[in-house]
Design a protein around this ligand. Sequence first.
Ligand SMILES: *[C@@H]1O[C@H](CO)[C@@H](O)[C@H](O)[C@H]1NC(C)=O
Ligand SMILES: *[C@@H]1O[C@H](CO)[C@@H](O)[C@H](O)[C@H]1NC(C)=O
Ligand SMILES: *[C@@H]1O[C@H](CO)[C@@H](O)[C@H](O)[C@H]1NC(C)=O
Ligand SMILES: *[C@@H]1O[C@H](CO)[C@@H](O)[C@H](O)[C@H]1NC(C)=O
Ligand SMILES: *[C@@H]1O[C@H](CO)[C@@H](O)[C@H](O)[C@H]1NC(C)=O
Ligand SMILES: *[C@@H]1O[C@H](CO)[C@@H](O)[C@H](O)[C@H]1NC(C)=O
Ligand SMILES: *[C@@H]1O[C@H](CO)[C@@H](O)[C@H](O)[C@H]1NC(C)=O
Ligand SMILES: *[C@@H]1O[C@H](CO)[C@@H](O)[C@H](O)[C@H]1NC(C)=O
Ligand SMILES: *[C@@H]1O[C@H](CO)[C@@H](O)[C@H](O)[C@H]1NC(C)=O
Ligand SMILES: *[C@@H]1O[C@H](CO)[C@@H](O)[C@H](O)[C@H]1NC(C)=O
Ligand SMILES: *[C@@H]1O[C@H](CO)[C@@H](O)[C@H](O)[C@H]1NC(C)=O
Ligand SMILES: *[C@@H]1O[C@H](CO)[C@@H](O)[C@H](O)[C@H]1NC(C)=O
Length: 810
Amino acid sequence: MASSMITFIILGLWTTIVVLSSASTIIGTKLSLELEAQALLESGWWSSYNNLISNRCNWPGISCNNDGSITDIYPPPNIVKVGVKFGKMNFSSFPNLVHLNLNDHGLNGSIPPEIVTLSKLKNLYLNWNYLTGELPSLENLSQLAELDFSHNEISGSISQELGNLKSLVLLRLSWNNLTRSIPSALGFLSNLTHLEMRSNQFYNYIPPEIGELKNLITLDLSNNKLVGLIPSTLGKLTNLTTLNLSNNKLVGSIPSTLRRLTMLTSLDISNNMPVGSISSTLSQLIFLETLNLSNNILKGPIPQKIGNLRALYSLDVSKNKLNGPIPFQIGYLRKLISLDLSKNQLNGSIPSQIGYLRRLISFNLSHNFISGEIPLPLRNLSHLDNWDLSYNKLSGIAPIFLTSFPDIHKNYIGHNCYKIYSKSLVGNKDLSPYTCSLITRRKRILNHLKIFLPLTVFPAFLIYGHLLFSRSNLKSNNGMQESKTGNLFSILNYDGRITYEDIIKVIEDFNTRYCIGIGGHGSVYKAELPSGKTVALKKLHRLNAEDPNFDKSFMNEIKFLSEVCHRNIVKLHGFCVHQRSMFLIYEYMERGSLRSVLTKDVEAIELDWSKRVDLIHGIAHALSYLHNDCSLPIVHRDLSSHNILINSNLEAFVADFGAARMLDLDSSNQTILAGTYGYVAPELANTTTITKKCDVYSFGVLALEVLMGRHPQELLSLFPSNSLLQNIMLNDILDPRLSPPTSHLDTQKIVLVATIAFACLPMEPKSRPTMKQVSHEFLCCQRSLAKPLGEISLLQLVASEMDVEKELCN
Ligand SMILES: *[C@@H]1O[C@H](CO)[C@@H](O)[C@H](O)[C@H]1NC(C)=O
Ligand SMILES: *[C@@H]1O[C@H](CO)[C@@H](O)[C@H](O)[C@H]1NC(C)=O
Ligand SMILES: *[C@@H]1O[C@H](CO)[C@@H](O)[C@H](O)[C@H]1NC(C)=O
Ligand SMILES: *[C@@H]1O[C@H](CO)[C@@H](O)[C@H](O)[C@H]1NC(C)=O
Ligand SMILES: *[C@@H]1O[C@H](CO)[C@@H](O)[C@H](O)[C@H]1NC(C)=O
Ligand SMILES: *[C@@H]1O[C@H](CO)[C@@H](O)[C@H](O)[C@H]1NC(C)=O
Ligand SMILES: *[C@@H]1O[C@H](CO)[C@@H](O)[C@H](O)[C@H]1NC(C)=O
Ligand SMILES: *[C@@H]1O[C@H](CO)[C@@H](O)[C@H](O)[C@H]1NC(C)=O
Ligand SMILES: *[C@@H]1O[C@H](CO)[C@@H](O)[C@H](O)[C@H]1NC(C)=O
Ligand SMILES: *[C@@H]1O[C@H](CO)[C@@H](O)[C@H](O)[C@H]1NC(C)=O
Ligand SMILES: *[C@@H]1O[C@H](CO)[C@@H](O)[C@H](O)[C@H]1NC(C)=O
Ligand SMILES: *[C@@H]1O[C@H](CO)[C@@H](O)[C@H](O)[C@H]1NC(C)=O
């Protein structure tokens, strides 16, 4: 009984205690809500709403939880401007505050210390104000995920305690006056995705612990006074898309580990002092959109693999000590808007492939050692706003298209010629300031000017990069001998006895004395064999990449090509593979290339109308044969006047056919660059499929070139503008070095060649004839002429509406 009494009393006490304690919670909540209300009123921030304090959860920029306690304070600056009232808010009155955003409120003074009591705070934005003083100790804000104090005037240093804020995802302290070291404890903030400390006064080293922030997406430490090496641990930040270390005093080399940052879209290390070269492994950063390495001490070449960075729209490697040539692979970067290679020691010529960068707005090559002529494809850079080729070693005649470039001053001096001046061209002492438009109906002017447009040939690049001829993989094949020195050598179609050693001996191990030119894919040497026979050796560039499949395919191709036999095709006699070199052995052609014959006045005159027409016929038959009559169809791919060779009887021979195919077995996607500029069919600007119709286009260009005595570049640029073509007579474009054709037959043939040449040039491949049709036309069709040559306009030829009667073939 007594014990039950005691139990009752205890139970009763217990109940009382429970009731009392819950009442104190309710009273506490009420009190706390009142304190919140009081703090809001006293702050004066919402002064125009003060009579509605009970409705505070609906004031602009305030949110509450279900109990009516304030969780969010984010006054919209256009409605509630905090400004100098910042200090009036009692921040310790908001125990449930999660989100505080006073971005751009004109705050001044220092950060109120009560902020550190807001233990539930997750987002704290005080950016874009005028806050001064030092950072308060934030160690108890353990929930903080987003902290943005950027764009203030906060000074002092960051303490290691910041490393306790393990929930931080975003830390922005840019544009302040913070100093001393970046604490290594930041490496503990493993959830951090954005770390932005730009434009402060941090000095000392970048702590390698930053490499532990595996989730980082943005790392911006730019514009400080950081010293020492770029930590190689940054290579661990594989989610990084933006890395900006620019404007510091970093030294050493750019760590090769950066190649692992494959998500990077922006890399800026400019304005530091790193040395060493630009590693070609950076080419693995295939999503890079901006790359800025300017104003450093980088040496060595610009890696060719830069061509892999196809997403780049801004590339700046200016103000370094880079040397060597500009890799033509820059032409692959079709998205480039801004390209700055200025103030380096780059040499060689401007790659014509720069003409592919049609989006370029800004292009700076100034202060280098670039030589050669300004390539014609640069005319395609129609968006240029800012260009600079000054202070180089450019030479030759300024191309006419420059007159349409911005920042060009021109004075007309008659005869379609201008004298031009531009800041962007100064400092190139061998560059002629005169330029002329060559389209003129007057032969006299043409004769008078004697200007031939410079033409730029794409470098023979096909061999670079993918092929290494490794001897061990080669199986001995019939007809192939292994020489004493262990070189493979094969003469497939040659009757005389000849060895590798014989050949090497006569050309004194490729002494440049025997070099007769640079051909499609390598240098060409002339070798007079002991038998009295002369052959041409085409030495291919050294191969430097390994491809086990290549050897076999190469052999097959050689064998296949050596079986090609046509009276207008240069004969391939054999080949040789050597550890140091690889060459093909061809029939020798005394007069060299058609291009060289046409540029020399004496030889061009020797090549009279009837020989020229025969020559064009020969080329057409050879192409028709390659396309249709071989065991596998062969597309030449690179037809131009450089690889039509001429023998002592002034007959034409197609050379280098299939070379592209042979050397390009695995890269059909690069074939667009296999052609020679000025002959490449227009569809190759946006497709990569090489077809026979590409050869047809090149043939059309070539045929016109033979008639005109020079490349029809300017004419093609008018094509197919009818009004311009209407005013040009066939007579006016014929090579002015020859007198007009006198024989009626020659005249007829010329008209036929011109008609067919224009028929080969439509933009649309389907509208071009096949080579078989062309060859057939030349073989069988006679045309009688109703008009004299001087009365046939190019438009008539293009439209094929001339009064020529075509007799049907049987
Ligand atoms: C701020 O509010 C807290 C309670 O939330 C109170 O203790 C403190 O005295 C207040 N400070 C000022 C300056 O009013
Ligand atoms: C903030 O700015 C106002 C007006 O410029 C000035 O009167 C006030 O003293 C400043 N407060 C602090 C803490 O600097
Ligand atoms: C953080 O909280 C602890 C424990 O409540 C306290 O001792 C310490 O003073 C607080 N630190 C700051 C900077 O307010
Ligand atoms: C870090 O992020 C993960 C995933 O979002 C989360 O589960 C974890 O709690 C976070 N860590 C801290 C300390 O907040
Ligand atoms: C920034 O800090 C430096 C000293 O570290 C001081 O000389 C300078 O005046 C400060 N600048 C501003 C804008 O506060
Ligand atoms: C990187 O990003 C991916 C996808 O956003 C995410 O799944 C991953 O957790 C992040 N962190 C690391 C270290 O890969
Ligand atoms: C990197 O930072 C510098 C200076 O802070 C800035 O000027 C530059 O635009 C940034 N680079 C990129 C690519 O955003
Ligand atoms: C590259 O960085 C330098 C120095 O930081 C800057 O002057 C230049 O404008 C940047 N280049 C581009 C294209 O932004
Ligand atoms: C090209 O770069 C040079 C040196 O880097 C600079 O002086 C020049 O102003 C730049 N040209 C243009 C047009 O921006
Ligand atoms: C370019 O310069 C390098 C040395 O920097 C030199 O070896 C090379 O021959 C030069 N090339 C040309 C085309 O001047
Ligand atoms: C060419 O590119 C296409 C698409 O970009 C790709 O599917 C194809 O495999 C590539 N061909 C070669 C030979 O690389
Ligand atoms: C190539 O692009 C141009 C314009 O972008 C277009 O007119 C033409 O039809 C395209 N040609 C082919 C073969 O796709």
